[in-house]
Design a protein around this ligand. Structure first.
Ligand SMILES: [Zn+2]
Length: 150
């Protein structure tokens, strides 16, 4: 029978993530509390998070349309495993809520944290609003999470 051992080691990895033109602009706009979707000139679908090409028409999209920071909760879950938060590098305390949110003015959903982690208070169709970081810096976590309005 083999014995298991654990070796605690922290790796120092320097890396940069290329988010692409559409997401780079999206994140930069967040520093002004501005959210814009990209609208397809073929089918009219408004993508948020923005992406350069329409998944339906395969057309390149360049038309920006404003999106509100309030929307509708389309799906949700409560996570009970304290995973490493990729945006902060720190473990995110569990439990926490995650949701797919269709912001007013968009046709697709944004995956984001929810302020609520009580399943009794979460339901599909709830209205939610972005809670912004006090000092914006042009990053995805300028929106800390979404709070449930109704
Ligand atoms: Zn399209």
């Amino acid at each position: 029978m083999s014995e298991r051992i654990a070796v605690k080691h922290t790796m120092d990895l320097a890396w940069r993530y290329a988010s692409g033109e559409a997401m780079e602009r999206f994140c930069a706009d967040l520093s002004d509390r501005r959210i814009e979707a990209l609208r397809c000139g073929g089918c009219g679908r408004r993508y948020l998070p923005p992406r350069p090409f329409c998944g339906n028409c395969r057309l390149r999209m360049t038309e920006r349309v404003p999106v509100r920071d309030v929307g509708t909760l389309v799906a949700w879950t409560v996570v009970h495993t304290p995973i490493l938060d990729g945006r902060t590098g720190e473990p995110r305390p569990a439990p926490y809520g995650m949701g797919l949110i269709r912001l007013d003015g968009a046709d697709t959903t944004l995956n984001h944290y929810l302020a609520e982690a009580d399943p009794a208070r979460l339901r599909v169709g709830s209205r939610v609003r972005a809670v912004w970081r006090p000092a914006l810096r042009g990053a995805m976590d300028d929106i800390l999470h979404f709070e449930v309005l109704s």
